[in-house]
Write a protein that binds this ligand. Structure first.
Ligand SMILES: Nc1ncnc2c1ncn2[C@@H]1O[C@H](COP(=O)(O)OP(=O)(O)O)[C@@H](O)[C@H]1O
Ligand SMILES: [Mg+2]
Length: 233
């Protein structure tokens, strides 16, 4: 479904990605793990058309998408749930969810809103409240629901557990597992490698702008270097 080949990108004079290749197939959950600064977010931003690429290619459903502006990539069916949630804090929960669906032309938003409220009952309770008044965990749920409201073919999550209390991190993991079980194709970036490897069918390990390991979530959980460097045992 998504194929990234030999991707190079960077900022100003600095090269950050030195030839990244990865793929995501339909209904798969693929994780990118690795230390802070390894280039995971940069990779996601290239896929979403936020960062320009320097060379290589990104194809989605067989067609090149690198070079397309972000809003057209959203139309193709790729949605990002960004790092740090970035909910529209002055807007209500309901308005945030409606914003998530703005790129859609069909008229089944009401049905999808109901589905989101089923998945996240707390959002129903708080529908009329401004998003800025929610707790961190609730804002994460809102950011996830907002991304799903676009009905993405590929949903990208950047560090959904970052900065949340352990109990809420567990909730985020359960939520992602449910979204995966619904058949959503997921590309997940997580510094919480244990969680990422439990959730993912396959994972890529990033180090300084390169992919140094690749395997199934299970293989990597049992890989000595991965467990030592990222899982703490
Ligand atoms: N907007 C930016 N301008 C300049 N350098 C950046 C910018 N964003 C990220 N970087 C640098 O790019 C490298 C990779 O960052 P990033 O992709 O955010 O890593 P990760 O998501 O794996 O933590 C880091 O060295 C970071 O400092
Ligand atoms: Mg990042």
């Amino acid at each position: 479904m998504l194929r990234v080949e030999n991707l190079r990108s960077g900022y100003g004079k600095v090269d950050v990605l030195h030839g990244i290749s990865l793929n995501v197939e339909r209904s798969e959950c693929v994780a990118l793990v690795g230390a802070n600064g390894a280039g995971k977010t940069t990779t996601l931003k290239c896929i979403c058309g936020i960062n320009p690429i320097r060379s290589g290619s990104i194809t989605f459903e067989g067609e090149p998408i690198h070079g397309l502006p972000g809003h057209l990539i959203v139309r193709r069916g790729i949605t990002m749930c960004p790092e740090g949630r970035q909910v529209f804090s002055e807007m209500t929960v309901l308005e945030n969810l409606e914003m998530g669906a703005h790129s859609r032309v069909d008229d089944s938003q009401t049905k999808d809103l109901d589905e989101m409220f089923e998945l996240f009952p707390v959002l129903r309770q708080r529908a009329k409240q401004s998003a800025g008044t929610l707790s961190g965990g609730e804002q994460e749920m809102l950011a996830i629901a907002r991304a799903l409201m676009a009905r993405p073919k590929l949903c990208i999550f950047d560090e959904p557990s970052l900065g949340l209390a352990p109990k809420i991190v567990e909730e985020v993991e359960q939520t992602l597992a449910r979204i995966k079980a619904m058949g959503t194709t997921i590309l997940l970036v997580e510094q919480n490698a244990a969680m990422a490897l439990r959730l993912s069918d396959r994972a890529y390990v990033f180090e300084a702008g390169e992919i140094v390991l690749h395997g199934t979530g299970q293989e990597l959980q049992n890989h000595p270097e991965v467990s030592k460097a990222y899982l703490g045992y």
